[in-house]
Design a protein around this ligand. Structure first.
Ligand code: ME8
Length: 521
């Protein structure tokens, strides 16, 4: 058998200075849906995430909270682990940047960039934002309150003047522009590619990549009074996760990664600095940087002062893990910013899940239980209406695959719900409850066709709602070994006579009156 094609996708590694928020949950849910899709589609997948545990922001937060930086990192890593367990979004590997294996990788990439002649010692003087862990040009600063100057991101900046190692980023502008031109989907969506390309086209300055005024970081090889700039350290986590620098590591086959999935605020680091570091180190570049938008609670950025910081765990416990995963991916066109609110989540739960899909499953499966001896019914000759809805269901996987290729996760689900809508119209028009009295053979055909369409939908929607779709496939009598995409379509129809379990509700309606007090979004 030919080896399965590999697929490697990473998410950004969260700063370990604070608890997980909705943005983190959103990114991991998207990553996990893509990972599950690729696995069902026959790929050999490595999903990576990690924790960004070094830097000045960590050191300062730890000091404020009376912890050591490592103590803070350990506490936060535990919180992220718990979130990912709850959401079913565990990655294959979590690279914590304080791990020894990561230090080895970072020091190695540094040495390779140095031996290329791209690292030199000089003095840095300029503005630094600890909150962004980024340097900002004087010309980009904006006026803050009381005559202060702020970074363009609105965070405070401080004047930094120190000896620093520099990376010769200025030498890579042309090569980066050539790479964007040769690989138009290197940064996607296009809007972010344009942003990044015009930033590079304006001309790049060399980048300060070490600091001497604090010590919570990875020492520079041969000059340990310097620690590395936290982004050199953090970006290299993607290599650490594939076993770098050990070319014999079994995970080395996953580099270059297919996708770095990130939020829009860190595209410059991933699409400018990171490929330049890799070019300098003589390493292949990731295939794509896929950028998602930001989620806001009713249009507002979450902040402790606005009082709208909601933990992903609270949302998942209140609305259900599958419903939350569905909501995030269906509601927000992937790549754009979006909003969430209690009303919007409940709207999706009741309309899409409880009504459209849940009701159809409930009605058809309970008719099968009552009228077909609790087993998959036996279809007779198919009529045009049957063939039409089956053809729509059979076309779903290719449409879903196309949406996935474009990272249009909202469209992926819209395609599945288009089939659900057509199946509901089919069921209503064919009136199996009337045929029950007049033509039981026809009733069985209609119920079999409906069950077969539900099988197609459940197979395709598994990556987004693994729990609920697993239960639906149980109710349809689909064996665990027959749930990958190789079993999609006409060659694997539901075999008549398969005994089915007693039907059960997969998506209960959200009832406002009972749950009002607990509304959390
Ligand atoms: O940026 N909506 O960590 P981070 C959607 N350590 N996504 C959001 C969001 C929101 N409201 N807020 C943040 C870092 N994100 C670095 C990454 S990678 C080598 C180092 C996204 O904890 C954000 O864009 O601030 C990023 O992709 C991820 O959450 C982690 O953000």
């Amino acid at each position: 058998m030919a080896p399965r094609p590999t697929y490697c996708i990473s998410s950004a590694i969260p700063y370990a200075n604070g608890a997980p928020h909705i943005g983190h949950a959103y990114e991991r849910i998207a990553q996990d849906a893509i990972v599950r899709f690729k696995r069902l589609d026959g790929f050999d997948v490595l999903s990576l995430s990690g924790m960004d545990e070094h830097g000045q922001k960590m050191q300062q937060t730890a000091a404020r909270e009376g912890l050591t930086p490592q103590g803070l990192a350990d506490r936060t890593a535990g919180q992220f682990l718990a979130m990912n367990r709850l959401l079913g979004t565990e990655a294959d590997d979590i690279v914590r940047t304080t791990e020894p294996r990561h230090r080895v990788a970072v020091q190695e990439i540094w040495r390779r960039m140095e031996s290329r002649g791209d690292i030199y010692l000089s003095r840095y003087s300029g503005w630094y934002s600890v909150r962004d862990e980024a340097y900002h040009d004087e010309a980009d600063l904006v006026d803050g309150p009381d005559g202060t100057r702020l970074a363009p991101t609105g965070t405070p900046v401080e004047w930094v003047e120190e000896e620093s190692w520099f990376f010769r980023l200025s030498a890579y502008g042309d090569r980066l522009l050539a790479h964007y031109a040769a690989h138009p989907d290197f940064v996607t969506p296009e809007k972010y590619r344009n942003e990044v390309a015009s930033f590079v086209a304006r001309g790049l300055n060399d980048l300060s990549i070490s600091r001497t005024t604090f010590d919570w970081g990875i020492p520079v090889p041969g000059d340990p009074k310097h620690v590395m700039y936290v982004w050199v350290d953090a970006l290299t986590n993607y290599l650490t996760g594939t076993g770098f620098p050990d070319a014999a590591d079994p995970r080395a086959r996953f580099w270059p990664a297919d996708v770095h999935l990130i939020g829009k605020d860190i595209s410059r680091f991933h699409a400018v600095f990171w490929p330049a570091f890799l070019m300098s180190a003589g390493l292949p570049l990731p295939r794509q940087v896929v950028v998602h938008g930001f989620l806001f609670n009713r249009g507002e950025k979450m902040s402790k002062s606005v009082g709208n910081v909601i933990s992903p765990a609270a949302l998942a416990e209140h609305y259900g893990v599958d419903a939350l995963r569905y909501f995030f991916l269906r509601e927000v066109p992937f790549g754009q910013d979006g909003n969430y609110s209690h009303e919007a989540i409940v709207g999706r739960i009741n309309a899409d899940l409880a009504n459209d899909l849940g009701n159809l499953a409930q009605r058809s499966l309970s008719m099968i239980a009552k009228n077909c001896g609790g087993a998959v019914p036996t279809p007779g000759d198919l009529l045009d209406a049957d063939r039409a809805i089956l053809a729509e269901a059979d076309a779903l996987l290719d449409q879903a695959r196309a949406a996935m290729t474009d990272f249009a996760l909202h469209d992926y689900l819209a395609q599945a719900w288009r089939v659900v809508g057509a199946a509901n119209r089919y069921f209503t028009a064919e009136e199996p409850w009337i045929k029950r009295k007049t033509d039981t053979a026809r009733m069985e055909t209609i119920l079999w066709v409906t069950a077969e369409v539900l099988r197609a939908v459940a197979l395709v929607v598994q990556p987004v709602m693994p729990g609920a779709m697993g239960r639906l496939l149980d109710l349809l009598g689909v064996a665990a070994a027959a749930r990958d995409f190789a079993h999609f379509g006409p060659a694997h129809r539901l075999p008549a006579g398969t005994a089915l379990p007693a039907p059960a509700v997969i998506f209960p309606r959200y009832i406002e009156a009972e749950a009002e007090a607990g509304a959390v979004a």
